[in-house]
Ligand binder design. Structure first.
Ligand code: PMP
Ligand code: GLN
Length: 394
């Protein structure tokens, strides 16, 4: 690949993020955008009203470095209430510019040049770039699609064991997992926990879809497993849970020494962000259980609506266990290359999807997969689904 002028060697090979590229394609072609993951309706009014009230009340200057006291308390209450995890808001919680900054600051603050970071492959796109910026090396463990289309994406236990070695500094684990929709089971997390302890490795968990699990599945935080509380940093954000992805309020919770290391890097990235959105996300975190239950059940209905239409269009569908993304096998409609398929989809069907190949370390592992986002109003999902049926259905 040609060298990009001026760009640091650490970022050679990282072009424009696929999400920006596919959303631009949707705007250019007027196609329905099921690519980038964001909802097309605003989150709860109490939450947006809290942001407006905070602006009016003058919460417009730099908030405190680690985040407002109230938001850190709200995060602590939330972690206790939902996942039975205890954190001291004063020393064990850091507010960040979205989960993205929490992850980047973790990698920059915790890794030495040459350290290895274990990930499950495919990964969300910022992982590879964050690892490269930190001068570390990514060590992927492949998540394989279920053979018969139903069931979970899975990994080979031996491959995970082999990924851990004396150079391993941390494992970056995302559950529920983007893009596959996999929810890691307690047994799988127990194996990860054992390996972390055996090899003295830190775990950073990305739990931004913690409230999006379907069919009654339970979310498990790695930090809650025996022996993990003192070596796990739990990351999440308000973007997905409250449908305000543009506000970029995230957090990292863990033992004070780890949080401190991450804070040292974070303070030189953004320092702080989102003053009026911090109290608003605190309001969101304190909403009643009914909000979270309704949110999950609405998204489950959307998953089923889109999944049914994708099947009618002739796709083999991997129904996600969590997240708001559905993966399909494009070979079922005679396509072989997910990048070509997604670049041609606006013209062929008037719909935008994301080629899953770009999330894989070796793109060939995902070249037959494409990802559709279903966090959209039902009319749009029905329209997009019908377009796909018209374009591909027999
Ligand atoms: N992790 C995963 C797995 C994601 O899908 C996303 C996308 N929102 C992020 C992190 C980034 O979250 P935020 O917008 O809070 O930075
Ligand atoms: N997390 C979203 C996705 O996977 C997109 C976030 C972004 O655009 N960086 O689609």
């Amino acid at each position: 690949m040609a060298r990009v002028p001026y760009l640091t060697s650490r970022l050679q090979g990282f072009g424009t993020s696929i999400f920006a590229e596919m959303s631009a394609l949707a705007v250019k072609t007027g196609a329905l955008n099921l690519g980038q993951g964001f909802p097309d309706t605003d989150g709860p009014t109490e939450v947006s009203e809290a942001a407006i009230a905070a602006i009016r009340a003058g919460a417009n200057q730099y908030p405190p470095g680690p985040g407002t006291d109230d938001l850190r308390e709200a995060v602590a209450e939330h972690q206790q209430r939902f996942w039975n995890l205890s954190f001291d808001p004063a020393s064990e919680i850091l507010i960040t510019a979205g989960a993205t900054e929490a992850l980047a600051a973790s990698l920059l603050g915790l890794c030495e040049t040459g350290d290895e970071v274990v990930v499950f492959d495919p990964t969300y796109d910022s992982y590879a770039a964050g690892i490269a910026l930190a001068g570390a090396r990514m060590r992927g463990v492949l998540l394989r699609p279920p053979a018969d289309g139903s069931g979970s994406f899975w990994f080979d236990e031996e491959e995970l064991r082999r990924a851990f070695n004396p150079k391993t500094r941390l494992i970056l684990l995302n559950t529920p997992h983007n893009p596959t929709g996999k929810v890691f089971t307690k047994e799988e997390l127990t194996l990860v926990a054992e390996l972390c302890q055996e090899h003295d490795v830190i775990a950073v968990t990305d739990e931004v879809y913690e409230h999006l699990l379907f069919d009654g599945r339970q979310h498990h935080s790695l930090a809650g497993l025996p022996g993990m509380a003192d070596r796990t940093l739990t990351v999440s954000s308000g973007g997905k849970s409250f449908s305000f992805t543009g506000w970029k309020i995230g957090w990292a919770c863990g033992p004070a020494p780890i949080v401190n290391a991450v804070k040292t890097a974070k303070q030189f990235l953004t320092f702080v962000n989102g003053a009026p959105f911090q109290p608003a996300i605190a309001t969101g975190l304190r909403l009643g259980d009914d909000y979270f239950e309704q949110f999950t059940s609405d998204l489950q209905n959307k998953r089923d609506l889109l999944g049914g239409l994708l099947e009618s269009a002739g796709f083999d569908v991997f129904q996600p266990e969590g997240t708001y993304f559905t993966t399909v096998d494009i070979r079922s409609v005679g396509a072989t290359d997910s990048i070509d398929f997604c670049l041609g989809l606006p013209e062929r069907a008037g719909v935008v999807a994301v080629p899953s190949a770009v999330f894989y370390q070796d793109q060939r592992d995902g070249q037959h997969l494409a990802r559709f986002c279903f966090a959209k109003n039902d009319a749009m999902l029905a329209d997009a689904g019908q377009r796909l049926v018209d374009a591909f259905g027999r």
